[in-house]
Design a protein around this ligand. Sequence first.
Ligand code: PMP
Length: 419
Amino acid sequence: MLSSRQLFLNHVAQTSPFPLALEVHQAKGIYMYGSKNKKWIDVISGIGVSNVGHRHPKVVRAIQKQLRKYMHLMVYGEFIQTPQVQLATALSKTFKTTLGQDFLDENEKVDEINHANAVYFVNSGSEAIEGAIKLAKRFTGRTELIGCHNAYHGSTHAALSLGTSEQWKQPFLPLLPNVNHICFDSEACLSQITEKTAAVVIETVQGEAGIRVPQKEYLQALRKKCTETGTILICDEIQCGFGRTGKLWAFEHFDIIPDIVVAAKGMGGGMPIGAFMASQKMMSCLSDNPILGHISTFGGHPVSCVASLATLKVIQEENLLDNIQEKHDLFRKLLNPEKHKAIKEFRGIGLMLAVEFESFDFLQKVIAHCLELGLLSDWFLYCDNSMRIAPPLIITKKEIKKACKIILEAIELTEKENS
Ligand code: PMP
């Protein structure tokens, strides 16, 4: 009989010639478990997904309860489904005001309590980006889009168009026309945004570029430029959102309010879901001319919605974000260039971190040793000399010390091997 590994290689479509092929039998909290008592600390949370940990009991309970009622009923947007309604209401209230202030008339600028936001549910990050840029084009009547250098917004054609990596784009040309790119975190490039620009799409904190936190002044200048030109500012919070940076939304660190917010990944607490969010006024144009201009069969799946609402409640009601800065400081204290000369830089915000080494080769060996020692990490799509550290937000200080000890031991082993 063929092994599970062989069947995986034969029949599950592969994304690279060297898959990790780790066989996990169970996952709980910050841990993943394999056969023969193998146990790994997951410091990447399934790439920014398991923010409240694997199988959080409240998320699991919410799913079980929903399973007793109904699963899929009807294409998104047709039926009143309580899980969607409750989640959309809760998400709308996470914004301190109505999104897209520049596009509201004076009488529509409702107060903080009665803000009028709307949530469009989809299934993934890329799909949410697609919906957001369609909404921006439809609302402004403009066609030009602007993305950032080194951005990652997903693997679909439109999402790929917004990034600049030739390696990933070239084989799939032609992509979307009329897309330009500006430097991330550089005010000099903002002059490219004009009255012709429908939207600027930006990761509030760049993820796959290796965790790049922009200057507050930059994001504020970008916000101002968008306001001046009537351009929609779309913040991709797919990786940096849902608490990852220590605030529910990363843009809260920078005192800006986007016009459209895009979320996925951590939003589902381990279930697939994505969303783009805007003012009711902006969103309403998707229901008209053409009607059904954007639809999704599984968008806002009720089981995913209850998981997402439970996740949001865990973050809010258990004050999960209160000590993220302390946890950040502990990682920074334990993994920095002074702690070990092989570490070239420690970057990040909240628990969205990167530890840089001299090369991909060195990092690969460190990651392999980490796996042997019981910790799963990774590198970034566009930054292969930096280690990804984005553990579940529930990680304790004791567990952080344990994780850092493993990483430092793996660095030592790599140094010895290389000497
Ligand atoms: N935007 C960002 C910032 C991401 O990190 C990702 C996924 N890594 C995506 C979009 C795409 O999300 P998905 O894989 O769910 O399509």
